[in-house]
Design a protein around this ligand. Sequence first.
Ligand code: AMP
Length: 191
Amino acid sequence: MFNLILFGPPGSGKGTQSEKLITKYGFKHLSTGDILRSEIANQTQLGLEAKSFMDAGKLVPDAVVIGMVGAAITANPGVYGFLFDGFPRTKPQAEALDTLLSEHGTSINVVLAMEVPEEELIARMIGRSKTSGRTDDADPEVQKKRLSVYKNETLAVADHYSQFDKVVSLNGLGSIDDIFNALCAEIDARA
Ligand code: AMP
């Protein structure tokens, strides 16, 4: 298996690039944000509990997202590999992911980290809110909160995988195709 974490702040292009990568390589896409939004749309208990955190730009509790990812890994045996998008977002999530993968005899191969300046992230969130209807993208206070959560809680995930030499940083500015080609080159060098 080849398992990849697509890493970066909100608005760095993880969702856009994930779509292209799953088409090319056949990864199983695990986006915790997408799973949570579908739970909200289906008005499940989990969705109702997650919504207030998401609307405020805060992280949903670790136990909730770790449980979702564990269930998704178990439900998808025999895939080429998993592409984790928006997960892990805290050090405990990263440690739990490593444990879950090792229980399935596999591990993270590489963390591809997309770097984008803050002004551009905000511009992209505003642009995305116009078509996606995502309220967490539209509100300036929530945008700021999400960026501060990224710095204070999520950057620790890159530190965690750096210890194992698994993090590759890439420029997330440029055309979608150029960034995609740079991501593919890193995957092809390791697959
Ligand atoms: P995203 O679509 O990845 O930007 O996620 C949107 C929102 O969903 C985040 O701001 C969090 O409230 C929640 N969320 C998504 N993934 C996670 C995660 N791994 N841990 C905690 N909260 C998450």
